[in-house]
Design a protein around this ligand. Structure first.
Ligand SMILES: Nc1ncnc2c1ncn2[C@@H]1O[C@H](COP(=O)(O)OP(=O)(O)OP(=O)(O)O)[C@@H](O)[C@H]1O
Ligand SMILES: [Mn+2]
Length: 563
């Protein structure tokens, strides 16, 4: 009897406990529901902090199973689980709630067939594990880990012939072999000599032959390292002023017929832009061109031609060899014995704004030249969010919060990926504080279905102490973001891939790093701060609109594109 009553009382207390636990769980769920509904703004969706935090955990998790020696296996898994351009992490499929987050976190991205080692990729990744958090010892490379992440390594697929910028004709008829290479499909040239993978060709040519409809170069392109190496070292045979644009820049030619766009150092790297200068009269910065290339690559865009730093001998490598008489006339020796020149241009080309060697050595950026416009015509597009370029006027988008509604209905932003492409560029510009994006270019051959060239970044990285929220207007007003971009932005906000850390590491491979870091610490830290603003704004983009950005059917011609 006694035992019976003890059994009953134990059962009763267990039931009470269960009820209490259930009631507390229900209360928590109710509170959570209430708080998330309060947090939602008109342009916000279900990605509450919890979902976001979960997505971050998923991103972190994917790395642990994908980097280093394990990476091939992971990519195979990734390929197997891919659905409609999105991928699911199989490990996350056991809980329905997690499936959404896993879907959001792992989006298929650009394919890239060959490895590019920005540092000693592979060797430094020897310590990768398969589970748990990764060790971050002295040899650990966050940049390698980032570039090994599945978000940067979708399985590669063949690119259709029409999606290459430069065409290679299969065989030369009648034994005639020409050393000319052209974009005109009617003219013969020998594929044995002219293709992007042939080691016998100079890196600048391989760069041109590797440009496709969706990117300037592939992820881990083995040609990028030699290309950058040549830009920074190769013998200069000619230097002339580049016409067009507002500030002094030169076209450099090398003995192997390659060319580069040179922008000289005009101010100290950590000098902040003068607050009284308008964005359109700010000085250009050589380090901004270099850092922009690195940032664009870290974001997974690959839409900026490779740019590298170099110390040039002003006399031997410019003054003595130039055939540009107008340029030659502007050389002089400064009172302290430095050799200076100023060229001819519409801004700052005067003795007061001369660029000077120390005494003859000048820091410059060298950007790989795109194929000549006679071979690959480009089209210039005025940005709908262009600033007024006036001291007094404001642009329409600055006062009209519904400005994007009109843009969305206007060609070419009403179709395809052009709007999200522009928003990708917006994100790049916001991160580096570039207000000078008046135009962008595309390759004419690809029509409207192509990536945007992110040229002219000289006015970026002018200020680290201030962010410029108006640069994000397209993202804010249109409420759209490319899903793969959002995923990579999320990834770069994680400590193990922190944007400032990967950028510091990436830029440390530039030859000018031995003189001074290309971006000062405050600039690197500003990147992290701005990234979280992008994330905050991007989180307010509702899922149906994110998906709308991807309603474009993936055709075979779109393979390789970041969607
Ligand atoms: N790597 C490159 N290869 C080929 N052409 C280029 C390259 N970079 C820039 N250009 C071309 O040269 C033009 C001028 O370059 P850039 O815009 O960098 O100079 P800028 O003086 O800053 O011009 P702006 O004053 O218009 O801002 C660009 O509009 C572009 O068409
Ligand atoms: Mn410019």
């Amino acid at each position: 009897m006694k035992r019976m009553s003890r059994w009953y009382s134990r059962r009763f207390s267990r039931t009470v406990c269960l009820w209490l636990a259930f009631a507390s769980l229900a209360l928590h769920l109710l509170l959570l529901g209430l708080s998330s509904s309060v947090n939602q703004s008109s342009c916000e969706h279900v990605s509450s902090r919890q979902t976001h935090a979960h997505a971050l955990r998923v991103l972190a998790y994917t790395n642990d199973t994908s980097v280093g020696s394990d990476s091939n296996g992971s990519f195979a898994n990734q390929a197997k689980t891919e659905t409609h351009g999105k991928e699911m992490d199989p490990s996350e499929m056991n809980t329905t709630g997690n499936q959404m987050a896993a879907k959001k976190a792992r989006i298929s991205v650009d394919s890239g067939p060959a490895p590019f080692n920005p540092g000693n990729t592979g060797e430094r990744m020897g310590q990768s594990g398969s589970t748990g958090s990764k060790p971050m010892g002295p040899g650990f490379s966050k940049l390698d880990a980032l570039f090994n992440h599945p978000l940067y390594n979708a399985p590669s697929r063949a690119i259709p012939e029409d999606d290459w910028l430069m065409r290679v004709k299969p065989k030369v008829s009648g034994g005639r072999s020409t050393q000319m290479w052209v974009s005109d499909p009617e003219i013969d040239y020998d594929s044995a000599h002219w293709n992007s993978t042939s080691d016998s060709q100079p890196p600048w040519l391989r760069f041109h032959l590797g440009i496709s409809r969706w990117q300037l170069y592939s992820h881990r392109d083995p040609n990028t390292a030699p290309l950058v190496q040549q830009l920074s070292k190769h013998h200069i045979v000619s230097a002339v002023q580049k016409s067009g644009g507002t500030q002094l820049k030169l076209v450099i030619s090398f003995s192997n017929y390659g060319q580069a766009m040179l922008k000289p150092m005009k101010q100290e790297r950590d000098e902040e832009s003068n607050y009284n200068l308008f964005y359109f009269s700010d000085f250009e910065r050589h380090n901004a061109e270099i850092a922009a290339f690195h940032l664009d690559r870290v974001l997974g865009y690959r839409r900026i031609p490779p740019a590298v730093g170099r110390l040039v001998e002003v006399v031997k490598e410019i003054k003595d060899i130039t055939t540009d008489h107008k340029l030659a006339k502007t050389f002089f020796t400064s009172p302290v014995g430095n050799v200076c020149f100023y060229g001819q241009c519409s801004y700052y080309c005067s003795t007061e704004h001369a660029v000077c060697g120390r005494p003859q050595e000048l820091e410059v950026s060298m950007a790989a030249m795109l194929p000549d416009s006679s071979l690959a015509k480009r089209r210039s597009w005025r940005s709908p969010w262009r600033r007024s370029y006036s001291r007094s006027k404001v642009a329409a988008w600055e006062t009209d919060p519904h400005y994007c509604d009109t843009v969305k209905k206007t060609a070419p932003y009403d179709k395809g990926t052009r709007l999200v492409d522009l928003i990708d560029l917006t994100i790049l510009d916001f991160l580096m504080g570039n207000m000078d994006r008046h135009h962008y270019e595309t390759f004419e051959k690809f029509g409207n279905n192509t990536f945007l060239l992110h040229l002219d970044n000289g006015r970026a990285f002018g200020r680290h102490s201030k962010d410029e929220p108006s640069i994000l207007a397209p993202l804010e007003q249109c409420c759209r973001i490319r899903q793969s971009t959002l995923s990579r932005v999320r990834l770069l906000s994680l400590p193990q891939y922190r944007l400032s850390d990967v950028m510091r590491e990436s830029l440390s491979h530039d030859p000018l790093f031995s003189v001074a870091p290309l971006l000062s610490e405050p600039h690197l830290l500003a990147l992290d701060r701005r990234l979280s603003t992008v994330l905050q704004t991007g989180r307010e983009v509702p899922p149906p609109l994110i998906n709308n950005a991807f309603t474009v059917k993936r055709t075979s011609s779109q393979i390789g594109m970041a969607i």
